[in-house]
Design a protein around this ligand. Structure first.
Ligand code: MG
Ligand code: ZN
Length: 186
């Protein structure tokens, strides 16, 4: 028997879920949700999406903050979300330094592959939502649709878009992305 197909969405963290500080978010104090994000994630949860956070955190590998600190921020974030009824199915971080040439740092796709290993879903109905070119490129490399938000680096990214990495959609923020994500999965 074939496994039922899941509704999946991949979301970058910094600059999409939380306000990008133009530096690493090292502590929970520095973590601030982007406007409308909790409502957006709640809608996705209620619509039955498996939400995966896919994030490069090279600050760990580059010695700027510890992996424990990174997970602490994550746990606090997930706790706030859980209180609202939001369910995050998984989170994958690349903690390698920028110069380590690892196999998982976006635009590479190992984080995405690991996140959905063994899960049946339709890549053509699935979005990667991000604010950087490396997010769009990772999505394209993984064969899913891409959605650029203008929060975080997104407005800058929009100016740099070439033909090669055109996202399927560009919207102001995650909240505006939700109807597109929902419609594509229907
Ligand atoms: Mg980002
Ligand atoms: Zn890595």
């Amino acid at each position: 028997m074939t496994k039922p197909s899941k509704k999946v969405v991949f979301i970058d963290r910094d600059g999409v879920i939380n306000v990008d500080l133009w530096k690493y978010v090292e502590t929970w104090k520095e973590f601030k949700f982007e406007k409308g994000v909790l409502d957006a994630l709640l809608t996705l949860t209620e619509k039955g999406f498996d939400i995966y956070i896919i994030s490069n955190q090279a600050g760990v590998g580059d010695g700027i903050f510890t992996e424990a600190a990174m997970w602490q921020v994550h746990e606090k974030m997930v706790a706030v979300m859980a209180k609202k009824g939001i369910k995050i199915r998984g989170a994958r971080f690349c903690t390698h330094g920028k110069k380590e040439r690892c196999e998982c740092r976006k635009p590479k796709t190992l984080l995405l592959e690991k996140a959905v290993a063994g899960i049946t879903f339709d890549r053509k109905k699935t979005f990667f939502v991000g604010d950087k070119l490396s997010d769009l490129e990772a999505g394209i490399n993984f064969g899913v649709r891409t959605l650029l938000v203008r929060t975080g680096y997104g407005a800058e990214t929009e100016k740099k878009l070439g033909k090669k990495f055109r996202p399927d959609h560009i919207v102001d923020n995650l909240k505006d992305a939700v109807p597109i994500i929902v419609k594509a999965a229907a």
